[in-house]
Design a protein around this ligand. Structure first.
Ligand code: FES
Length: 206
C-alpha cells in the first residue's frame, strides 16, 4: 500500500514539474518576443527607414520621413551630374567643407551613388521646405537657373547637389542624412555604410 502511494506521489511530482517547466518556457518567451519589437521610444527616436530606389526615374524625387523630418531622394541624370561643377564659382560652399553631410558624402555629388542625392529638404535659413525645381531655365527662376531647390520663403536657392548659392539668406548647404545601400534596390536612411548609426551628426539639424 505505501509503495503504491509512493508511486502515485512520484507520478504527481513528475507531472507537476513538466507543467511548471512548460509554463516557465511560455512566460520566458513573451518578453523575448516583445523585446524584438521596436519600442515606441525607438520609433520616436527614429529607427532606420528603408526606401526602394529601383524605380526612381531620372529627374524624379521620392519623399520619405525619418526622425520626424522629411528626406528626399533625387535621381539625377548623367547630363545633370556633368553640369554640377559649373555652379561651383556661384556657391558658398562648393566643396562641402561645412559639416552638412557625413564624411562619405563630402564629394562633388554630395552622395554615395552619384546619381542618387539624399537630402533633408529643410532650408538652412529659417527652416522652410524648398521647392524642387530641377528644370534649367525654369520660367519662374530665370534663364540662368541651373536646376535645383528654391525656397520661396525668402528666396534661398540650392543647386541639384543641395549646395547653397551666394547672395541668398541661407548660410549652409542642405543637410545630407546618414545612409547606406543594403543592395541595388534598397536605401537605408539612418545607418552609415558600416551598418551602424554614425557618430557623425550635423549640429544644424539634429
Ligand atoms: S527659410 Fe528658406 S529662405 Fe528663409
Amino acid at each position: 500500500m505505501s509503495e503504491e502511494i509512493d508511486k502515485a506521489r512520484r507520478h504527481f511530482l513528475t507531472v507537476a514539474t513538466v507543467v511548471a517547466g512548460a509554463v516557465g518556457t511560455v512566460m520566458a518567451a513573451v518578453p523575448l518576443v516583445s523585446s524584438m519589437e521596436p519600442s515606441a521610444r525607438t520609433k520616436a527616436l527614429g529607427g532606420p527607414v528603408d526606401i526602394d530606389v529601383s524605380k526612381i526615374e531620372p529627374g524624379s524625387v521620392v519623399k520619405a520621413k525619418w526622425r520626424q523630418k522629411p528626406v528626399w531622394v533625387v535621381q539625377r541624370s548623367q547630363p545633370t551630374l556633368a553640369e554640377l561643377p559649373k555652379n561651383d564659382s556661384l556657391l558658398r560652399d562648393p566643396t562641402s567643407d561645412q559639416t552638412q553631410q557625413p564624411p562619405y558624402c563630402k564629394n562633388a555629388w554630395r552622395s554615395i551613388k552619384p546619381e542618387l542625392l539624399v537630402i533633408v529638404p529643410i532650408c538652412t535659413h529659417l527652416g522652410c521646405i524648398p521647392l524642387y525645381r530641377p528644370e534649367p531655365g525654369d520660367p519662374g527662376l530665370g534663364t540662368t537657373w541651373p536646376g535645383g531647390f528654391f525656397c520661396p520663403c525668402h528666396g534661398s536657392k540650392y543647386d541639384l547637389a543641395g549646395r547653397v548659392f551666394f547672395n541668398v539668406p541661407a548660410p549652409l548647404n542642405l543637410p545630407v542624412p546618414v545612409h547606406r545601400y543594403l543592395n541595388d534596390k534598397v536605401l537605408r536612411i539612418g545607418e552609415d555604410p558600416l551598418g551602424v548609426h554614425s557618430s557623425w551628426t550635423s549640429p544644424e539639424v539634429w
